[in-house]
Design a protein around this ligand. Structure first.
Ligand SMILES: *[C@@H]1O[C@H](CO)[C@@H](O)[C@H](O)[C@H]1NC(C)=O
Length: 443
């Protein structure tokens, strides 16, 4: 009985222990899960924070907007570059182009579909002399002598589209009261230099030559573009000179001779998803039909021979043109350019391309810059292309061209998109206002 009792008691105790143990185990398990979850969350948050902890230009107050922008585009860039390693040239395909367009359109307008209709504008997709264009006509402007802006969009001659620029081109058309012709030029690497340039030239000449039927004043033709579009602007101006009234290169890329300018060195880590040294170089390679095998060499200026480094071409982009007041790093203000190095074979194989002024608009004598139209150069302090634009400004000024510099110290590449929408930037708003005012005054 006692035994039995004891046995029973033991049983009860065992069950109690079991229950107690089970409770204990579940508490431990809950605790463990909580800890692991917290740990993972912390690691993910830390990784995300690290990943999002992009360098934001000093003076830009919209720090989180900049981080969101950079993270979204940097992720895109990573996917694209990995596709290149899988054999898709430059990661460029119908699908990746569409993907980049949608991401950027959403960041710019707040909707992946972009903007709807606008009662103040007549917007037409058409073709001028074989090249696609999107034409914006303010309905309030009834004159048959309307001013016009022909716009060449950016995106490294490879990416983006007239659709991504829709908000900016609408804004310009409405606020200035001019027609905007946005050019859907063919893109690289499928269409390398000079095809994108020739498409832009074709449309611009078409507008000038058909002014009457287009109800345009041929003496009031402006051209503009940003980044690769800024390059196309400078190249078209070099050809058409005073047939154009105003040219407006916006943070343009203008040379593949020296990728170690102070701005390439000190700015490559700022909002790199928008543009950095490597992405800019891949765009040049797409446009110039040059192999990606040379990336490392070109980034360190080994693609120009010692002979080229001592030639007049080096003088076109030499430190004597730098605007020291816009270089933040003290040691870069008095840069020396070594001339005793370079890969002769690589240099020889690409010199025809990189010294061509329609490929690198800075590769011209001062005398060739004379006769350029009134110029508005827009540059950004935290852009790898800053010095390309500033050298261009300095050289035009020296050549006697009527040139205006709009430099934004806290500016970054791509800022002109963000004058409204979900992530507006003060510097983007200011740049757009200044541009509108300049066009209103001078076109
Ligand atoms: C690039 O160059 C190669 C020869 O080096 C040529 O076969 C190819 O057609 C070129 N591509 C473009 C887009 O011009």
């Amino acid at each position: 009985m006692v035994l039995h009792k004891g046995h029973k008691k033991k049983e009860v105790t065992d069950i109690g222990k079991l229950i107690h143990n089970a409770k204990h185990t579940s508490t431990i398990r809950t605790l463990l899960i909580t800890c692991v979850t917290a740990g993972i969350t912390l690691v993910v948050a830390f990784a995300l924070f690290q990943y999002m902890d992009t360098q934001v230009p000093e003076g830009v107050t919209e720090v989180w907007s900049a981080r969101i922008l950079d993270t979204a585009l940097r992720t895109n860039g990573k996917i694209i570059l990995s596709l290149h390693n899988f054999g898709i040239h430059g990661g460029v395909s119908w699908f990746t182009r569409k993907m980049v367009d949608i991401v950027l359109t959403t960041l710019i307008t707040g909707s992946p579909f972009g903007l709807g209709e606008d009662p103040e504008l007549k917007i037409t997709d058409t073709v001028y002399d074989g090249v696609g264009v999107k034409v914006y006509e303010p309905t309030a402007v009834r004159s048959t002598q309307r001013p016009v802006l022909v716009y060449y969009h950016g995106g490294g001659w490879s990416w983006l589209s007239v659709e991504v620029y829709d908000q900016a081109t609408r804004e310009l058309a409405k606020r200035v009261g001019m027609v905007v012709v946005s050019v859907a030029y063919r893109q690289s690497p499928e269409y390398a230099h000079p095809i994108p340039f020739e498409d832009c030239l074709t449309v611009t000449e078409y507008v000038i030559n058909n002014a009457a039927s287009l109800k345009i004043d041929p003496s009031r033709v402006a051209i503009s573009g940003d980044s690769a579009g800024g390059h196309l602007t400078a190249a078209v101006s070099l050809r058409l000179k005073k047939k154009i009234k105003i040219q407006i290169p916006i943070y343009p890329c203008l040379q593949l001779f020296d990728l170690m300018t102070p701005s390439y060195i000190e700015n490559k880590a700022y909002i790199p998803g928008m543009l950095n040294d490597v992405s800019m170089l891949t765009y040049w390679l797409n446009y110039g039909n040059i192999s990606y095998d040379h990336i490392e060499k070109i980034l360190t200026n080994q693609h120009t021979s010692s002979k080229l480094k001592k030639s007049k071409y080096a003088q076109y982009v030499s430190p004597e043109w730098y605007m020291k007041e816009h270089i933040r790093t003290e040691s870069l203000r008095n840069m020396q350019k070594p001339t005793d190095n370079g890969d002769d074979i690589l240099s020889k194989s690409i010199e025809k391309t990189i010294l061509d002024p329609y490929f690198s608009p800075l590769m011209v004598d001062q005398s060739d810059l004379k006769g350029l139209p009134l110029t508005y150069v827009l540059t950004a302090g935290y852009d790898v292309l800053r010095d390309d634009g500033l050298i261009y400004y300095q050289r035009l000024r020296k050549a006697g061209v009527d040139v205006h510099l709009a430099h934004y110290q806290e500016g970054f590449h791509g800022m002109i998109f963000f004058f409204k929408g979900p992530i507006p930037f003060q510097v983007g708003i200011r740049a757009m206002d200044d541009l509108v005012n300049f066009l209103k005054q001078h076109l």
